[in-house]
Each structure stands twice: as structure tokens, then as C-alpha cells.
Design a binder for this molecule. Structure first.
Ligand code: SF4
Length: 456
């Protein structure tokens, strides 16, 4: 077993037994589960809306090159600069170069999982630039020195008491503040940073090819302040976020908000199609859009797993996953956790190192059931297992065991060779890992063949 797999097992074993952790997660996911059905009521036919969204994403991903080039042409015409980054390092180098040119000392950043993926904060810190997270959940996580726990709600594992304690310890405010008071503290600290920052960084929820714009969705207004106040705006976005047309937002914005947080529509939805124009009074002087691949074309190259690129990062599959609800987001030690993380991480960061994530699933299919763009997540998890074997990532002992099992199962005389108690002994001794957390397998005393003969 490789290091990442054993670390995952060690961390998830501890978390699965942590009842306080489970209580907090169940409380927060419970609140989510209570509001999602209300959000869904805005759709006359929610299944038809999901199918339509899937078809649009299918069209976008099948024609990815065309739409990305169209986006580049249109946004460049209004003065933005587009940078194509094949790897995370190329994206970081580009950001470092821009920050140097702009003499950037402070940078404000709105919530963006793709910047987590390339470890932007660490890079900026190493280069002497202060990077300030402006989304409240991300701000809390940054104060605590932790990565996001969940792709939509980064501090989901913390109670309001935990946050009050953290603010008292890190910011010197009185302990026991209410959520409203804590928000005011964060607001006051962050307002000064927007004005101070030379550069603002955002992600993008969608790339709009036909108008050459990006769409940013958020609930706090921090995204608008991060891209509107600093003189330079950098967008970092995965290439899969493309939609053919601005008109598609009429479907995707309500879908994202309903499946993400249960809202009918997220509070702030912003479309940005370039830096400040000659006839405009505010906005950044420069805008850069970094289109990041970083392994996404590995998914694109696989006709089955390509479907995972339809993901709109709503987080619904995490909230629905029995594994995620028990082990939490940090046990995965990946940027993207839960079912979608387990599907895409082996392609983004290496099949050998992350194939174990596809085994951390009961294959119950609940993730597929809740996905707004109807990605066949549980089948893709199964496909990853298959892919790992095809790529030679399975161990010799695993391959031999399955070969023996297959040969025996397909051979009636071999199946009849031993009785139930011998089978119990052999299987429960060989599959020690299985019986560590479960009861022993108990084979029937008689073989199927014997029972069949008796019956007839
Ligand atoms: S895979 Fe589906 S449910 Fe999971 S985050 Fe992506 S869009 Fe949401």
C-alpha cells in the first residue's frame, strides 16, 4: 500500500470514530437537507432541467477547444489577457510574474477551489506576498491554518463555538461572540484589505464562450470587492467550466444554488467581460484569465470518465455520501473530496497515488442520484478501479487473488471441492482486511450444487 493510501486509511479510521465530528457534520448537512427540497420547487420539472444541463455540458465538453478559443477571442477584444496554463506550475509562474510587474504586496482572494488545487497561498507566501482569503468560510480556515473541508462550505466541520474560540485566539477579540458579531469582525478586517490590495484573484463558476465573459457566484459580495477594487484582476479557472452561451446561465445559476445550498438563486451573480472600459468609471485596469488544464485533459482523453468534467462543483454529492459523512473532508488529503474528488483526483494527481479513493465507496449510487448534471458518479468510481488495473496500478497479490477467485467461481467442480467450513477458513484467513471491521464471511454448509440436486 502506498503512503497516500495508508495515510487516508489512518485518518479516516480516526475520524469515523469521532462522534463529536460526526455530530457537527450531521447537524450542518441536516440543515442543508432541509432546504434543498424547497429550492427544487422552483423547477417545473427538476429531472428535465438536470437532463438539459447534462446535455449542455456534453456539448460544451465535446467542443471544448472551439468554445475556449471563442471565449479567448471575445474577451481579448475587450482588453483582457488570456493565459493558457498546462500545469499548476505554469499558472503560478504567470501569477508570480503579474504580481512582480504590479509590485504586489497584498492580494485579496475570493473563494476558489482551483487556487487551492495549485496551492496559490503557499506560493504567494513564499514570494513575500500577503494573500487574504475574503470568503468568510475560507477566512476562518486560513486563520486556523487549515485547507477547505468542503468544496462549497469550507468550514463545515466547525461549530459557531469553535469559530468564536478561533477568533478570540487569533484576532484577540472577546471570546463567545455570536455569529453576527464574528461576521462583523471579519468584515471590518477585510474591508481594509480590499483597499490595500494591488491584485484581486477570483475563480469562475462558468466561462461564457459567446460573450467572452466569466460568471462568479457568491453569497457575501466579497467576490465583487476582490475583482472590482484592486487595479488588477486575475481569474484562475479550470478549462472545463465552459458554457456555450450566457443564456445557459438561466438554467445553471438556479441549479447550482439549489443543489449547492438550497437557495433559489445565490445572492451575488456577477458577469465580468473584461477590465474597465474607456467609458466606465470603476473596475480593474487590467484583467488576466488563466485557463488551467492541470490534468483535465487526462479526463477528456478518456471517453467514459470525460463526463466528470460536467461537474459544476455544487457539493451535493459530498453531502449525500455516507463515506464523506463519516470520515469528513480532510481525511481525503486532496483538494476535491467526496465522490467527485475520488473520481477526478486520480486523473489530476496520479492514478497510482490516488486509486485507493475509488475503493472508499459503498457504490450505493446516492451521489449519482443527487448530482444536478446527472454525472454517473458511482459508475465512474467503478471505472476508476478498472482503469487502475488496466494501467498496472494493482498489486501482484491482488491480481493473483482475483484470478484464483474467478477461476474457482467459474468452475463447478472446484466450487464443490470443499465444504462451507473449509471455505470459511480459507476466505476469512486470506481476506483479513475485510474481517478487521466486519463480521466473518459465513458460507453455506452445502454447495449450491448439492442443494440444487437435493431439491430436484
Ligand atoms: S459531481 Fe455533481 S453533485 Fe458532485 S459536486 Fe459536481 S455537480 Fe455537484
Amino acid at each position: 500500500m502506498n503512503k497516500t493510501a495508508s495515510s487516508f486509511i489512518a485518518k479516516s479510521t480516526i475520524k469515523a470514530a469521532d462522534l463529536t465530528h460526526r455530530g457537527k457534520i450531521n447537524f450542518n448537512i441536516g440543515k442543508y437537507n432541509a432546504v434543498v427540497p424547497q429550492g427544487k420547487q422552483q423547477f417545473t420539472n427538476v429531472m428535465a432541467a438536470r437532463e438539459m444541463a447534462k446535455n449542455i455540458k456534453h456539448k460544451a465538453i465535446e467542443n471544448l477547444d472551439t468554445y475556449l478559443e471563442l471565449f479567448e477571442k471575445n474577451i481579448t477584444a475587450r482588453g483582457a489577457k488570456v493565459i493558457w496554463a498546462e500545469t499548476g506550475k505554469q499558472a503560478l509562474d504567470a501569477i508570480g510574474k503579474i504580481c512582480k510587474e504590479k509590485n504586489c504586496k497584498t492580494l485579496v482572494k475570493s473563494k476558489s477551489m482551483v487556487t487551492e488545487e495549485i496551492h496559490l497561498n503557499q506560493f504567494l507566501e513564499d514570494n513575500g506576498i500577503e494573500s487574504v482569503e475574503t470568503d468568510l468560510g475560507e477566512y476562518i480556515q486560513q486563520l486556523d491554518g487549515e485547507t477547505p473541508y468542503h468544496i462549497v462550505t469550507p468550514a463545515m466541520h466547525k461549530s459557531k463555538e469553535d469559530v468564536a474560540r478561533l477568533f478570540a485566539e487569533k484576532l484577540g477579540v472577546p471570546g463567545g461572540l455570536s455569529p453576527e458579531e464574528l461576521t462583523q469582525v471579519a468584515r471590518k478586517n477585510l474591508r481594509a484589505k480590499y483597499v490595500e490590495a494591488e491584485v484581486g484573484v477570483t475563480g469562475a463558476n462558468f466561462i461564457l464562450a459567446d460573450i467572452g465573459g466569466i460568471s462568479v457566484t457568491e453569497n457575501e459580495g466579497n467576490g465583487r470587492l476582490s475583482c472590482g477594487i484592486p487595479k488588477t484582476h486575475i481569474v484562475v479557472v479550470g478549462i472545463e467550466k465552459v458554457l456555450p452561451s450566457i443564456n445557459d446561465l438561466a438554467l445553471f445559476l438556479p441549479l447550482l444554488s439549489t443543489f449547492g445550498t438550497g437557495q433559489k438563486i445565490t445572492v451575488y451573480n456577477t458577469i465580468i467581460s473584461g477590465p474597465r472600459q474607456a467609458n466606465e468609471t470603476d473596475g480593474p485596469e487590467d484583467m488576466y484569465v488563466i485557463l488551467l488544464d492541470n490534468g483535465r485533459t487526462n479526463l477528456l482523453a478518456n471517453p467514459t470518465s470525460r463526463e466528470a468534467l460536467y461537474c459544476i462543483r455544487c457539493g451535493a454529492c459530498l453531502n449525500a455520501c455516507p463515506v464523506y459523512k463519516n470520515i469528513g473532508g480532510h481525511a481525503y488529503e486532496t483538494t476535491y473530496s467526496g465522490p467527485i474528488g475520488s473520481v477526478i483526483t486520480p486523473y489530476l494527481s496520479g492514478m497510482d497515488e490516488y486509486k485507493h479513493l475509488s475503493n472508499a465507496s459503498s457504490l450505493c449510487g446516492n451521489c449519482t442520484e443527487v448530482c444536478p448534471v446527472r454525472i454517473n458518479l458511482h459508475e465512474l468510481l467503478l471505472d476508476n478501479r478498472h482503469e487502475a488495473v488496466k494501467q498496472g496500478s494493482s498489486s501482484l497479490i491482488e491480481r493473483i487473488s482475483w484470478k484464483v477467485w474467478k477461476t474457482a467461481s467459474l468452475n463447478r467442480s472446484m466450487m464443490n471441492m470443499s465444504n462451507g467450513s473449509i471455505k470459511n477458513k480459507v476466505v476469512n484467513t486470506i481476506f483479513k482486511g475485510w474481517t478487521k471491521h466486519r463480521g466473518s464471511l459465513d458460507f453455506s454448509k452445502k454447495t449450491f450444487n448439492e442443494m440444487w440436486k437435493e431439491r430436484n
